[in-house]
Design a binder for this molecule. Structure first.
Ligand code: PLP
Length: 411
């Protein structure tokens, strides 16, 4: 019998979403007529914008004819998409990114999960708490985590950086050394952001400590406020210390289409076992071209259409729709006296559970009394205990209905 990778046995069951599904199913069995509104999972609901589907249709037609057929493409992405990304997301903000620094992929989940492979086994990993679970679990699989401490609800060798109302959701810089620091802004699950100065403090820390920041910017399109950076490369010197991940999933309704990209600057260096400098870009290029065979031509044509004037106007409409939902939830809950965070530059609303209820007790109350499914904050980490996440990705009708139902609860 083959020996399995023992690290996988350190993983905790994917408790959060399976437990949510279990409780939801049980409630529906006992209350078959209840009309459940789901504001739990972070998936979009509106259709793809027309500029994108048009581009995808014509790409399909191209593939049908031998003269314009495409087989394997460049693993890093076609030039037409890479150039559109550079022009639309970076040059337009005064940031200089070269085409060999952009890697197109089929999703940020894979990229933020796979990136750790190119760093040494003994790297110390720091994450915000609460956190998008992929950062932690992929490092557990790689054997960097140590054992899971059930009492603390945390792994032994991971540095957790609490993010809560007490620190205004701005975690302190690590007190001990961290080699790899995962930052997610606008943040999932809390919906909060950093200002440019606050992000600069992380870049300065990374420079002083030879750390690398893994900056997940999947929700960049939802930024509304002026002083919130759209890219970590707006901070001077960040190219020497940061990798940036962007996704079209929430920006343009691509959760099912699948397309994202990662920027690995040529300035970013690590050290080998003998202390020599190594370009991280070269390693990621090697990894990406070995294990990944490129995003489909049709998908990349669709993604490039996001950057056309029509595409830009249409995705702005999508984002506006969700952000109006966010405002409805945020304002509605605030008017009830609830402590509410996020929802201004992100499609997530993070609320302090009322009456001292813990996250799961509030989940049960919301499900049984308002027939609404949300996500208990503790599922994202111990610092999420006593918080709850609602998403703005539902329909307008359901969003308004949900707020009305919450209004009728005794909180
Ligand atoms: N990063 C964060 C913070 C997310 O919340 C998500 C999806 O929910 C992803 C990455 C994954 O994005 P993708 O759909 O591109 O895999």
């Amino acid at each position: 019998m083959a020996q399995i990778n023992q690290n996988f046995l350190e993983l905790q069951g994917s408790y959060l979403f399976s437990e949510i599904a279990k409780r939801r199913t049980k409630f529906i069995q006992e209350n078959p007529n209840a009309e459940i509104i789901s504001l739990g999972i972070g998936d979009v609901t509106l259709g793809l914008p027309e500029a994108i589907t048009k581009a995808m249709h014509s790409a399909v037609d191209e593939l049908a004819s031998p003269g314009s057929f495409r087989g394997y493409g460049p693993e890093q992405g076609y030039d037409f998409l890479v150039n559109a990304i550079i022009e639309g997301d970076y040059k337009s903000r005064g940031i200089d990114i070269q085409s060999n620094e952009v890697f197109v992929s089929d999703g940020s989940k894979c990229d933020v999960g796979n990136i750790q492979e190119i760093f040494s086994q003994d790297s110390i990993v720091a994450v915000q708490d609460p956190v998008y679970p992929v950062y932690v679990d992929t490092n557990v699989m790689a054997g960097r985590s140590g054992s899971f401490n059930k009492d603390k609800n945390q792994y032994e060798n991971i540095v957790y950086l609490p993010s809560n109302a007490e620190n205004n959701f701005k975690p302190s810089l690590p007190q001990s050394k961290a080699d790899l620091i995962y930052l997610c802004y606008p943040n999932n699950p809390t919906g909060t952001t950093l200002t440019k100065d606050e992000l600069k403090a992380w870049v300065d820390y990374a420079k002083a400590n030879n750390s690398i920041i893994l900056y997940d910017s999947a929700y960049e399109a939802f930024i509304r406020e002026e002083d919130v950076p759209h890219s970590i490369y707006e901070i001077e010197g960040a190219k020497e210390v940061a990798i940036e991940f962007r996704s079209f999933s929430k920006t343009a309704g691509f959760t099912g289409v699948r397309c994202a990209y990662t920027v690995v600057p040529r300035e970013l260096k690590g050290r080998d076992a003998s202390g020599n400098e190594v370009l991280v870009n070269d390693l990621w290029n090697r990894r990406h071209t070995t294990k990944f065979n490129g995003v489909s031509y049709v998908t990349q044509r669709g993604a490039a259409a996001i950057y056309s004037p029509e595409g830009q106007a249409q995705i702005a409409e999508l984002v506006d729709y969700y952000m109006t939902n966010a405002a409805i939830i945020r304002d509605g809950l605030k008017s009830l006296g609830l402590e509410v965070y996020g929802g201004v530059n992100a499609p997530y609303i993070w609320l302090k559970t009322p009456s001292g209820l813990d996250s799961w007790a509030f989940f049960d109350k919301l499900l049984s009394e308002a027939n609404i499914v949300g996500t208990p904050g503790v599922g994202f980490g111990q610092s999420g205990q006593g918080y709850f996440r609602l998403t703005a990705f539902g329909s307008r009708e359901n969003t308004e209905k949900a707020v009305e139902r919450i209004r009728k609860l005794s909180l």
